[in-house]
Ligand binder design. Structure first.
Ligand code: PGA
Length: 373
């Protein structure tokens, strides 16, 4: 029997392995550690994401393997692979963690909009506008506690995969995760130069003139950097990269100091343009037109507060910020939502475990369409 303890309620789920009689004790922490290592195929990166030490993560995995009686990872030198058992366990671990998330959302919904928590993660660049929106939302729902995490695209994709937050705001939905996403306003990326740059005195500058410039780029994993690289690729322009700088603020200062040119969301340079510290020259094909999306995993059960926040963004954010709305604020479902999971072949034909609740009654299996959400 596998016993899963719920940290908040002290309730316990029992999973009965069909062919084993000895009790097992599996914790949610072990499952979370396992899912995180399975995603990164790296103990180090999993430890970073979970804010744990690497030995602590290894210990969680070891304990889980001991409980299940099977190795979950195959480690050869520096390469880590999931074993067949690991792939099965990954499928069930995702379902279990999804159920816990649904349970939390369900409990929060009981409290309606009066009180509760809202955890949002936003792309680094979105921190230029997210606080203003949150301040209006919180005035409307004063009983809501908001947790705001500001991080880059790569880390947001991990959070989407792990389903660890209520809602995510970023530049473009990932292609390989099934998400529900709505574009709520435009996000033009502009070219920025020091205000004394020769480009500022010209009109309709040809794109290939940028080949003689040096560009400061954000860190790997940044959505802005990805968009910038795609843009130069699409137009067949060779980009010379200078310093890699991990914040928009530092890029702006570096551009002012003459270290190179930058490309970033117009949201990030509003003040500097007003103060004349930076300029946006007239280069053909600019701005790079993107949108801000609000998203969560498809099929995620939203708390009443999370739903209210999503509706608020889709319906009001663009107006509040004096921006143009996104093209599909009404459609709400991004085409990526139609993606089919790639690892379904690993789903076992029949479940190996029977799941029962604290009352001993069986919990129905997860419907197939929700597997590998
Ligand atoms: P970034 O993301 O702040 O990580 O560059 C912005 C985006 O997703 O467009």
């Amino acid at each position: 029997m596998i016993r899963i303890k719920f940290p908040y309620t002290n309730d316990t789920f029992h999973i009965l392995p069909l062919n084993q009689s000895s009790p097992m004790h599996v914790t949610l922490r072990q499952l979370e550690a396992f899912i995180t290592v399975a995603r990164h195929l790296s103990f180090t990166r999993a430890a970073e994401e979970m804010n744990l030490t690497q030995p602590a993560v290894s210990m969680q995995i070891k304990q889980l393997e001991n409980q299940l009686g099977q190795p979950l990872f195959d480690i050869k030198g520096k390469k880590i692979h999931l074993t067949e058992a690991g792939r099965d366990v990954r499928h069930y671990a995702r379902s279990i963690l999804q159920k816990i998330d649904d349970m939390k959302a369900g409990l929060q919904s009981l409290a309606g909009l009066e009180r509760g928590n809202l955890s949002i993660s936003v792309a680094t660049t979105a921190h230029y506008f997210a606080p203003k929106l949150l301040s209006i939302f919180c005035q409307r729902y004063p009983g809501v506690n908001v947790k705001l995490d500001v991080t880059n695209r790569e880390s947001l994709i991990s959070q989407l995969e792990n389903n660890t937050v209520d809602m995510i705001i970023m530049g473009r939905p990932p292609e390989d995760i099934t998400v529900e996403a709505g574009a709520f306003m435009e996000n033009p990326l502009v070219l920025i130069t020091p205000s004394s740059h020769a480009f500022t005195r010209e009109k309709s500058i040809q794109l290939n003139r940028l080949e003689t410039e040096v560009f400061l780029v954000r860190e790997k994993g940044s959505g802005t950097r990805k968009a910038m690289e795609m843009f130069f690729n699409q137009h067949g322009i060779r980009m010379t990269t200078g310093m890699e700088v991990s914040s928009d603020e530092a890029i702006k200062h570096s551009v002012q100091a003459g270290l190179g040119l930058g490309i970033m969301s117009r949201d990030a340079v509003h003040n500097e343009l007003q103060l004349g510290l930076l300029s946006v020259p007239d280069v053909l094909h600019f701005p790079i037109m993107r949108h801000w999306y609000v998203m969560h995993r498809k099929g995620k059960r939203l708390s009443a507060i999370a739903q209210a926040f999503k509706d608020f963004l889709l319906q009001e954010a663009a107006t509040i910020l004096n921006k143009k709305p996104g093209p599909d604020t009404l459609k709400k479902i991004h085409p990526a939502a139609t993606n089919t999971p790639t690892d379904d072949k690993y789903a076992p034909a029949k479940p190996h475990y029977a799941l029962t609740g604290p009352d001993g009654k069986p919990i129905p299996p997860v419907p197939r369409k929700l597997r590998h959400p």
